[in-house]
Design a protein. Structure first.
Length: 318
């Protein structure tokens, strides 16, 4: 089979690195790098599988007579024209689950840092100041995770060792989850009222856009903290600034913001109890390895089907 990798960079890393890993995983298949628009157009014409950040649909998709699968390298597919792929009979998969280990580590680190107030320790160390201060424990607190996909599930699993109560909020609460209690979005405020730490790990949808608004932040107890590794617009930024200014919540760890990048003159930078990272909770040196594992498994499944109807594929969305 012929696998084409598009773009010069993927997630900021040279796509050539991904090509090398795929060639190791799939020695019996041809893996080609198409790092310019012209090279992409030429390579896709006889490709069986295309993978990368995006794909120019329309005329290119019409020319891809042999294409069976587009393998996205992101968990999200909102940037793709899924209807066009479906109409062309091309399957689409995503990279859901790839970031679960590294982002869940970020969340655990954020929660421990917020409870133990490591930010204050760092400031005092910078001043060479030896002064004891009060902290909290993560133990016996209540952590609410909004979104119980691969990342949210990994967060809950890693928190098990800390002796916390876990609440989950998801679109389909009947699916359950690895938490002590599951709520639907209609019952969000019931969960928020019991929350010490709120972790946002949900996709950005019409339902979740602005989900954490002024009313939601008022429902949270004043000692509660917020960790957002979802998308910036899940939180109403103006409402968050207001809640922080008036001590309606204790603090926040934000890997994503709205707007993003966060302008250097934005008010959020000025709060001592806000930690901001530049959307890099998902960074991991294992990224290409994990994406390659998903893709290689699916390529083998397609090859074993020997031209017949596509088999069941991991992470298929279309």
């Amino acid at each position: 089979m012929r696998i084409v990798v598009t773009r010069q960079k993927i997630h900021g890393h040279p796509a050539a690195e991904f090509v090398d890993i795929l060639r190791e995983r799939l020695p019996d298949h041809e893996v080609v790098l198409a790092d310019t628009p012209d090279a992409e157009r030429e390579a896709i014409r006889d490709a069986d599988v295309v993978t990368g950040e995006g794909f120019t649909t329309g005329s290119l998709l019409d020319e891809a007579a042999s294409l069976k699968l587009f393998a996205g390298v992101y968990a999200g597919t909102g940037h793709l024209d899924l209807d066009a792929f479906e109409a062309a009979g091309v399957a689409v998969t995503n990279a859901s689950g790839v970031h679960a280990p590294n982002i869940s580590e970020y969340v655990v680190g954020a929660l421990v840092s917020l409870a133990r107030d490591f930010r204050r320790a760092t400031r005092q160390q910078d001043r060479r100041e030896w002064r004891a201060y009060q902290t909290r424990e993560l133990y016996d607190s209540t952590v609410t995770v909004v979104g119980l996909g691969a990342i949210g599930t990994a967060v809950v699993e890693r928190l098990d060792a800390f002796g916390v109560e876990t609440l989950g909020v998801r679109h389909s609460p009947e699916k359950g989850g690895p938490v002590d209690e599951v709520f639907g979005y209609d019952d969000l405020h019931e969960a928020l009222a019991r929350t010490d730490h709120l972790v946002l790990a949900c996709p950005l949808t019409d339902t979740t856009r602005g989900l954490i608004d002024r009313e939601a932040l008022r429902t949270l107890p004043p000692q509660a903290s917020l960790v957002n590794i979802a998308r910036g617009p899940v939180v109403d930024t103006d409402a968050l600034v207001y809640a922080l200014r008036w001590n309606h919540i204790r603090g926040a760890f934000l890997d994503v913001t709205d707007p993003e990048p966060l302008p250097e003159d934005h008010e959020l930078w000025g709060f001592d109890d806000v930690h901001i990272t530049p959307h890099n909770a998902g960074h991991t040196p294992q990224y290409f390895e994990r994406v390659a594992d998903i893709l290689a498994g699916n390529v083998r499944r397609i090859a074993d089907a020997d031209g017949e109807e596509l088999p069941e594929l991991e992470n298929r969305v279309v």
